[in-house]
Design a binder for this molecule. Structure first.
Ligand code: C2E
Ligand code: MG
Ligand code: MG
Length: 761
């Protein structure tokens, strides 16, 4: 777990801890010095005490020794000893003892045998007396002995008459009075200690409580020692008070500083905490409320800067989020916002059990307008279109700008079919009223409509379906289309087809099949139309109707055409080499007619395969030429100049007339199969074909018919003067090798009515 130390705590710690440490260190250092001082003073007092005691005892011993010597010189005693008058001896001893305040007196002979004693019998038999008597007869001496649990200071002097006849022993009890005196003299605790051996040399020893100095009672050693003692606690007494005062002072100071630091740090930390809380609020996206710090110091300054920053960020964020959800050009909700609006609208429609129409409105020909008038003009058009759309919204309608030239209009409460009236109004509004450089520009639209909940129930699906319907309207050259259920799957398949086509070209999945054409005049096989097929690895065998429109829309058609052209020319060369002389036709699309490099490309392929241009026919539909006549004519003229045969495919299905195509660089008309397949049952169609053939011939164009499915049709088209025929009656489109076999096996038949139907081969 991570602990977070607040600024306030840190400030407090920083103030209080160093002070506390300093105080503790000072206190300990002072106390230590004091203790050391007390200790050394105590030692000094012990050493002084020892000197005083030694001095005192020496003087006292001198006095006592004198009194003993006085007794030993006593004539009466000497006489009584000489006469062995024991009663007199004791009497002298007792009298003398009393006089000099001795506590015992003994007279012993030279052998150490007691002659007379003032001691009781029991005391006379104590170990101290025995030890004392053992030392008698050697010299006069002074000692301290223990007799019957009492210590005595004894002096032994010879009794001379004039030679030594015995020894006088005089003892003075070492009692409490003596100790008290010593204590008064030294100011120390004084006590007597007995030991079995001689007392150790004087030395200061210490324990926790006190300092002690033990010294022999008699100089030169004795088993009785005087112990001088100094209580450390007592010595400390004057200082204990001082120490307590010091501790109280230090603690008070510490508490005072802690309280002051707490107040100070609180006053510093409070504005910081306020600012931190405001920052957290901002992080969570709440920019409300001023930070109030009522002071004119740096914190007050910081607070006002913070408030200014908060307002700036709030304003910027609002702007950014508006920009993120609105189109910069029209200020209408963008795709994300539109989706959000649609979700809410779906919720409302669900709650109110209502339907809703979702319109995808695309401005048509914007690419064209942009390339002619420029981007600025396009932007102006889109802005005006948006303004018009917005101005004509009804209550509850919602409008979004979801792509450069795409708008989405949500019409809650309306069914798709009801929305058609609104579409008409939109077309009227945009069809006139959009002004650019003082010119009234008629904007065209394609509209796709999806309906909630009929087609979809989610916002994303509804938008997508409306868009698909719009794309379908565009592809079908319609103004408006309502989404058809199941159309999405087809759309997805189409997208897949488009995205896979490029790879298909690289991976040899594209094949070129051929459908033969026969010459109706002599029944010979004169040509073959190259028709593309796609063996898709997952979707299976695909016919051109499925992928050619998609390829055209995506632009891949240009690559596909070049592929088919190369393959067809190569095949034509191969057939020629094998002795089969066939003209090959290749279909071109709208985009190919815009490709200025196509003629060079065709020329290059023909050169590469050493093929004459007359061997190649290029089929173009009239509608594809009409999409961009000027450009298409340029490309077609180049192709014609090369020597390639130009055929107009599916003739009759477009809106052009023969008069219109009169000026086109053409060689051939290919009448659409829809007229031919029904020619036998529909006299009107027959009349159309007949007129077309006559007019074509007048324009020096040969006529090819496709869609011949039976012999009767074959005869009829031959009778009408068509030059060539193509259709299932002869053969369906087949792979190249199959076509070669078919051509070899083909029994040529002349269907022309002018000649007898004869078998030529
Ligand atoms: P199209 O150029 O008009 O080709 C003739 C179409 O009619 C062929 O369909 C052919 O199979 C079919 N057809 C021929 N005789 C009969 C008949 O007796 N009865 C019936 N019902 N149909 C007959 P396919 O191969 O499906 O091609 C369809 C269209 O695809 C072609 O129409 C052409 O516009 C386009 N297409 C085919 N290959 C290419 C190509 O390589 N490039 C381009 N740009 N378009 C191609
Ligand atoms: Mg064709
Ligand atoms: Mg055709």
């Amino acid at each position: 777990m991570k602990f977070r130390t607040s600024f306030r705590s840190k400030l407090m710690l920083l103030t209080v801890v160093p002070l506390a440490v300093a105080q503790i260190v000072t206190l300990f250092a002072t106390m230590r010095t004091v203790e050391q001082d007390i200790n050394s003073r105590a030692q000094e007092s012990l050493i002084t005490g020892k000197k005083v005691v030694t001095e005192f005892l020496d003087v006292r011993a001198e006095q006592l020794r004198t009194s003993v010597e006085v007794l030993a010189a006593d004539f009466g005693l000497k006489e009584a000893t000489a006469t062995s008058d024991e009663t007199t001896i004791r009497s002298v001893l007792e009298n003398h003892s009393k006089r000099v305040y001795a506590d015992m007196a003994i007279l012993v002979d030279l052998d150490g045998t007691t002659i007379a004693s003032t001691l009781s019998v029991a005391a006379s038999q104590s170990g101290g007396i025995a030890q004392l008597l053992a030392e008698v007869s050697k010299r006069s001496f002074e000692s301290a002995v223990i007799i019957a649990d009492s210590a005595y200071h004894v002096f032994v002097v010879p009794l001379r008459a004039p030679i030594t006849v015995g020894w006088v022993i005089l003892g003075f009890r070492i009692d409490d009075a003596l100790m008290t005196r010593l204590e008064n003299l030294t100011g120390l605790d004084v006590s007597i200690v007995f030991s079995t051996d001689d007392a150790p040399a004087p030395k200061v020893v210490s324990d926790e409580q006190s300092l002690k100095l033990q010294m022999p009672f008699v100089t030169g050693g004795s088993r009785v020692s005087v112990v001088l003692q100094r209580s450390l606690r007592e010595a400390m007494l004057p200082y204990i008070e001082a120490r307590r005062g010091l501790i109280i002072f230090a603690t008070s100071l510490l508490i005072f500083v802690a309280v002051a630091a707490a107040l100070f740090s609180t006053s510093i930390a409070k504005p910081l905490r306020t600012l931190a809380a405001a920052s957290r609020k901002m992080i969570s996206g709440n920019y409300e409320g001023d930070v109030c710090i009522a002071s004119d110091d740096e914190f007050g300054e910081l607070a006002s800067s913070f408030n200014a920053m908060r307002l700036a960020i709030a304003e910027r964020e609002q702007r950014i989020s508006h920009q993120a959800l609105h189109d910069s050009l029209t200020d209408l909700p963008n795709r994300t916002k539109t989706l959000q609006m649609l979700k809410v609208a779906i919720e409302n429609a669900t709650n109110e059990n209502r339907r809703m129409a979702v319109l995808c409105i695309r401005l048509a020909r914007m690419g064209e307008i942009s390339s002619t008038l420029g981007h600025k003009a396009t932007d102006e058009l889109i802005t005006q279109a948006a303004r018009h759309l917005r101005a004509n919204l009804e209550s509850g309608d919602l409008l979004g700008h979801t792509g450069t030239n795409e708008f989405v209009l949500l019409l809650p409460g309306l069914e798709a079919e009801d929305a058609l009236a609104r579409v008409e109004r939109i077309e009227q509004i945009l069809g006139s009223g959009v002004i650019l450089n003082n010119i009234d520009v008629a904007l065209q639209t394609e509209v796709g409509i999806a309906e909630f909940p009929r087609h979809a129930i989610t916002a994303a699906d509804l938008l997508r379906y409306a868009s698909i319907a719009c794309t379908d309207a565009e592809a079908g050259n319609e103004r408006v289309r309502i989404y058809r259920s199941g159309r999405e799957e087809e759309f997805v398949r189409r997208l897949r087809v488009v995205s896979d086509l490029r790879a298909a070209l690289r991976h040899d999945e594209i094949q070129v099949w051929y459908q033969p054409k026969v010459c109706l005049q002599d029944g010979s096989v004169c040509g073959a139309e190259a028709l593309v097929r796609w063996e898709h690895p997952e979707l299976g065998f695909l016919y051109p109707d499925e992928f050619i429109p998609a390829a055209e829309q995506s632009g891949i058609i240009v690559h596909l055409t070049r592929y088919v052209l190369t393959e067809a020319v190569r095949q034509c060369r191969q057939w020629l080499d094998e002795g089969l002389d066939l003209n090959v036709s290749v279909n071109l699309s709208v985009r190919d007619l815009l490709d200025e490099y196509l003629p060079y490309h065709v020329l290059q392929i023909l050169k590469d395969h050493e093929l004459k241009p007359e061997q190649l026919t290029l089929e173009v539909t009239e509608s594809s030429i009409m999409k961009n006549v000027a450009h298409s004519v340029l490309v077609l003229e180049c192709l014609r100049d090369i020597g390639v045969c130009i055929s107009i495919d599916d003739f009759g299905t477009g809106h052009s007339s023969l008069a219109q195509i009169r000026n086109l660089p053409l060689h051939e008309l290919k009448i659409d199969k829809s007229f031919i397949m029904t020619i036998m049952d529909d006299p009107q169609n027959e009349a159309i074909v007949k007129t077309t053939v006559d007019l074509a011939h007048n324009l020096d164009l040969s006529v090819v018919v496709e869609g011949v499915e039976n012999e009767a049709t074959m005869r009829r088209v031959a009778a009408l003067g068509c030059e060539q025929a193509q259709g299932y009656f002869l053969s369906k489109p087949v792979p190249a090798d199959e076509l070669a076999n078919w051509a070899n096996d083909y029994q040529a038949v002349v269907y022309s009515e002018r000649r007898q139907a004869t078998i030529l081969r």
